[in-house]
Design a protein around this ligand. Structure first.
Ligand code: GLU
Length: 404
């Protein structure tokens, strides 16, 4: 029977998340018995550490199973604020208070809610591109216009002040930053970030800084907007426990924002999801409070990522036809497949053709660059077992060569 459903205008343009779609497809094929090497999912392959799991079990046993305040339990907001204050002290010394923190169902909800309460019809939001697929959709769901600002591939696709100035119009209302960057792994230096924040401040733009990968870096510590900004009047910093603490399924993220913005996000959240899971909030509190255990876990996970990153880069260095962005953070490699994939005969969306071919013929899942508005590329996640990373990257090289 034909469906009577017609999309409402709210989602007339929406596309399903390509990152989640790749992960779902890889899982489905595995369930059918195909030995898929999943280099698609942006998800640590470690289990959540035992001390965090125990905190969640204790929370259940102690009856922390009811509604919490919409904006999150106070001890968690205080722990988040205390962390943020450490960054601020390094610079301006202005403390962050718990009233400037809202806890949400993953950093994804924090990002969406921030976009929804700050932007609307007629507003333009600059998005350094390539960027995580959901930014563009979230801005559009707020009925604002995402304006991709293409960085220079030779410089990790990072954008500079001149690029943002060229893309800005009188309707520009915000800038969405993400360093370390998904999908490139590029990391802005403090100097680069400061220049962008100064421009935004001078123009009166809101800045949303997605800092979910700041704990996952392979060189110098990642610069954070809180540590750099002169004031926080138009700054929203979004972070969460998913990546650094291997807690993707627990769905705990947060925003640090001016009080009025936190209140608006809270009002929105009070009508949509209410509080994030009470049990997960207690688990996140343990992740942030038990510093020694958390640091040990992150250190070990990071050394595994570092080894896999080196392994993958070594394989790609033998395939100069597949240029890769120097990844200083996160757990992604962004690879240009345009030249290598000539033989496939695709003239557009080359990354998608390569990703499809790689999955069908070589059982390797990667995310096509079109998800990040750069269709000549594919994203490889090396948050996967060593042998999967090595074998998967080798198959990518082989697949591209075979078709040339
Ligand atoms: N952020 C991760 C990724 O890019 C997880 C999936 C998602 O939420 O997009 O793969």
């Amino acid at each position: 029977m034909p469906s009577v459903y017609a999309r409402s205008l709210n989602i007339a343009q929406i596309k399903e998340s390509a990152t989640l779609a790749v992960a779902a497809r890889a899982k489905a094929l595995r369930a059918e018995g195909r030995p898929i090497l999943d280099l698609g999912a942006g998800e640590p392959d470690s289990d959540t550490p035992a001390f965090i799991r125990r905190a969640a079990q204790r929370a259940i046993d102690r009856g922390h199973t009811r509604y919490t305040a919409t904006e999150g339990i106070l001890p968690l907001r205080e722990a988040i604020a205390a962390r943020a204050t450490e960054h601020c002290r390094a610079h301006s010394g202005a403390d962050v208070g718990a009233s400037e923190v809202i806890v949400s169902t993953g950093s994804k909800q924090a990002l969406f809610n921030a976009c929804f309460v700050l932007f609307g019809a007629g507003d333009e939001v600059l998005v350094p591109t390539p960027a995580w697929t959901s930014y563009y959709e979230m801005i559009a769901l707020a009925r604002a216009t995402p304006v991709p600002v293409m960085g220079d591939a030779g410089d990790g696709f990072k954008v500079d002040v001149a690029m943002l100035e060229r893309a800005a119009t009188p309707r520009t209302k915000g800038l969405l930053l993400n360093s370390p960057c998904n999908p490139t792994g590029a990391v802005y230096t403090a100097r680069e970030l400061r220049a962008l924040l100064e421009l935004a401040a001078a123009r009166g733009w809101w800045v949303i800084s997605d800092e979910i990968y700041t704990r996952l870096v392979y060189g110098a510590e990642a610069a954070t907007a809180l540590a750099i900004s002169e004031d926080r009047q138009r700054l929203i910093v979004v972070d969460g426990v998913a990546k650094a603490y291997a807690m993707t399924g627990w769905r705990i993220g947060w925003a640090i924002a001016p009080r009025a913005v936190v209140q608006a996000m809270g009002a929105l959240q009070s009508h949509t999801t209410s509080n994030a899971s009470s049990i997960s909030q207690h688990a996140a509190l343990a992740a942030l409070s038990e510093r020694a255990l958390a640091d040990e876990f992150i250190g070990e996970m990071l050394s595994r990522f570092r080894a896999r990153r080196a392994l993958a880069l070594a394989i790609l260095s033998g395939a100069p036809e597949l240029p890769v962005i120097q990844p200083d953070g996160a757990f992604y490699l962004y690879v240009n497949v345009l030249a290598a994939a000539k033989g496939i005969g695709a003239t557009d969306d080359v990354g998608a053709r390569v990703a499809e071919y790689l999955l069908e013929k070589y059982d390797v899942a990667v995310v096509p660059g079109s998800a990040f508005l750069t269709p000549d590329w594919v994203r490889i996640s090396y948050a996967a077992p060593d042998d999967h990373v090595a074998e998967g990257v080798e198959r990518l090289v082989r697949a591209c060569r075979e078709r040339c």
